[in-house]
Design a protein around this ligand. Structure first.
Ligand code: SF4
Length: 507
């Protein structure tokens, strides 16, 4: 029998009753309620790690999806959500849409269990029932918006049950701006746990035998061929590619920490970087993309790992002509705007510019960090407008201003582009799911990008065919086309403009 922790507090109960903690709520009010309920420290840390502004939350999916996805991709890891049923439904649906093929645990609640503290007891019970060391290395519990706003204290869960680690994290939409950064919330929490374990003594060895060479840990999810490409480049300078974080298994975390340096291929992993730096590992930004990017990255990695200039020069002499040749053999011609929320937008743009594309705008939902500074400088020096924490409005404004031959972006951007008969590609599904690094990356984008731009004629034909159908007052599905009533709109506008007293008098 386990001890029960009484978390009932009038503050928590008051917070829940007083605010609507959903995606559409007043975020400032929810944050205040969450602080009153005991989540203040976590929210302050998130505010430091994931700075907002000029836009406070880019329009993307529920942030918790990032953390859930990281947990679901790990072997021997159970993932449990605690939040409103509608949120859990959406997150579970999206997980399976992306091929999770794993069970998502759910601890439901109602007003009573939330405000009396019974919900915490339910979570605790669920964790104890799941913590089977034969099946799991870790159980991850993710508090969504309502439990976070109510201060459901996952920090009070036991850290370990029968050798199974228990990782409780808050991932509220009002504290974590994007699903990309939510990946870091979980990856950082796991690295923190693993670092403390490693500090205490021997830890489990990795499944695959490790290279004798010093390794470079790769931070950020990549196309599976990219770590292999990077490994080939590192081999030339006497290093090896280490694990990719977020890892696919708990024991890889120790290997990730035991590295010579970390390559922050994606620049937004603030909590993970903190753990690596606490472990004394230097962190290098950008990535080996294109000629300039590969040269600069090899130099930076070499400097971080103490590799001599001779080896770096020899590696550059071998790699750069091959990359240059691949870029020249598969050129991209046309004007492009690009936006996304994966964190790889700037390195993709660099590759496109080196392929010959006229890239005018790069928008990323991620914040500006020290690890994206070099990529931003490189792009801006070539006349590319770079926008961090870009909103949908920013991306659509770029579309209108630059009138590209191809728009690469999120679903609503692609939809807007297609309405204008501009060929468009989804960043997440069609661009970021391709190799980008080294020689393989140099030739991988041109085919899909050029094919999309070549389809302009089809878009023009479709626009001409559908022109005027289902727009303005006729938008939607109708049996007969609705008649526009401008006089109704004018009357309503006039009524809305009248002062309330006058309006009441008129009645
Ligand atoms: S958990 Fe996600 S879907 Fe639910 S209210 Fe929060 S941000 Fe919205």
């Amino acid at each position: 029998m386990t001890d029960l922790v009484d978390i009932h507090s009038p503050d928590a109960a008051g917070s829940v009753a007083a605010v609507d903690a959903s995606c559409h709520s007043d975020k400032a009010a929810v944050r205040e309620a969450a602080k009153a309920a005991g989540s203040g420290e976590t929210l302050e840390r998130y505010a430091r790690d994931y700075p907002v502004g000029p836009h406070d939350q880019p329009q993307s999916m529920c942030p918790a999806f990032g953390a859930l996805r990281v947990g679901l991709r790990m072997r021997r890891t159970a993932s449990v959500l605690c939040g409103s049923a509608c949120c859990v439904y959406g997150l579970t649906f999206t997980s399976h849409f992306y091929g999770a093929k794993r069970t998502v645990g759910y601890v439901p609640f109602n007003s009573e269990t939330l405000v009396t503290g019974k919900l915490f007891e339910d979570i605790r019970e669920a964790v104890f029932s799941l913590a089977d060391p034969d099946r799991y290395d870790a159980v991850v519990v993710i508090n969504l918006c309502v439990p976070t706003a109510s201060g459901v204290p996952l920090r009070l869960l036991p850290k370990e049950i029968d050798g199974v680690r228990i990782i409780g994290i808050d991932v509220p939409g009002f504290g974590v701006p994007t699903h990309a950064e939510a990946k870091d919330v979980l990856a950082g929490a796991m690295l923190n746990f693993a670092r403390r374990e490693a500090e205490q003594g021997a830890v489990q060895a990795p499944r695959a035998p490790r290279s004798e060479k010093p390794s470079v840990t790769l931070l950020g999810e990549m196309f599976p061929a990219d770590p292999v490409q990077i490994g080939g480049m590192l081999d030339l300078i006497g290093l090896a590619a280490g694990p990719v974080v977020p890892t696919r298994e708990w024991r890889e975390l120790y290997g990730a920490l035991d590295c010579a340096a970390v390559a922050a291929i994606h620049p937004f992993y603030a909590a993970s970087v903190r753990e690596f730096e606490l472990a004394g590992r230097p962190v290098v930004g950008s990535a080996p993309v294109g000629v300039d990017g590969t040269a600069a990255w090899l130099e930076a990695i070499g400097a971080a790992c103490g590799v001599g200039a001779g080896l770096i020069d020899a590696a550059k002499a071998k790699l750069l002509p091959a990359i240059k040749g691949a870029l020249a053999a598969t050129p991209i011609s046309g004007r492009i705007t690009l936006s996304g929320y994966e964190g790889s937008e700037l390195i993709v743009a660099r590759l496109m510019v080196e392929s010959g594309a006229d890239v005018r705008y790069v928008g990323t939902a991620c914040p500006k960090t020290r690890f994206s500074a070099d990529d931003r400088d490189w792009l801006e020096a070539r006349g590319v407008e770079v926008k961090f924490r870009a909103s949908l409005e920013d991306d659509c404004a770029a579309l209108a201003e630059y009138k590209p031959d191809l728009a690469i972006g999120t679903t609503p951007v692609v939809q807007k582009a297609k309405e204008r008969a501009i060929p468009a590609l989804y960043f997440t599904n069609l661009i970021s799911a391709r190799p980008l690094m080294g020689v393989a990356g140099a030739s991988s984008l041109a085919k899909v990008v050029n094919a999309a731009m070549a389809s302009k004629g089809r878009f023009d034909a479709m626009r001409d065919f559908f022109e005027g159908v289902g727009v303005g007052p006729a938008a939607g599905v109708w049996e007969t086309i609705p008649r526009d009533r401008p006089e109704y709109k004018a009357r309503r506008r006039a009524k809305a403009a009248k002062p309330p007293a006058e309006e009441m008098g008129a009645c």
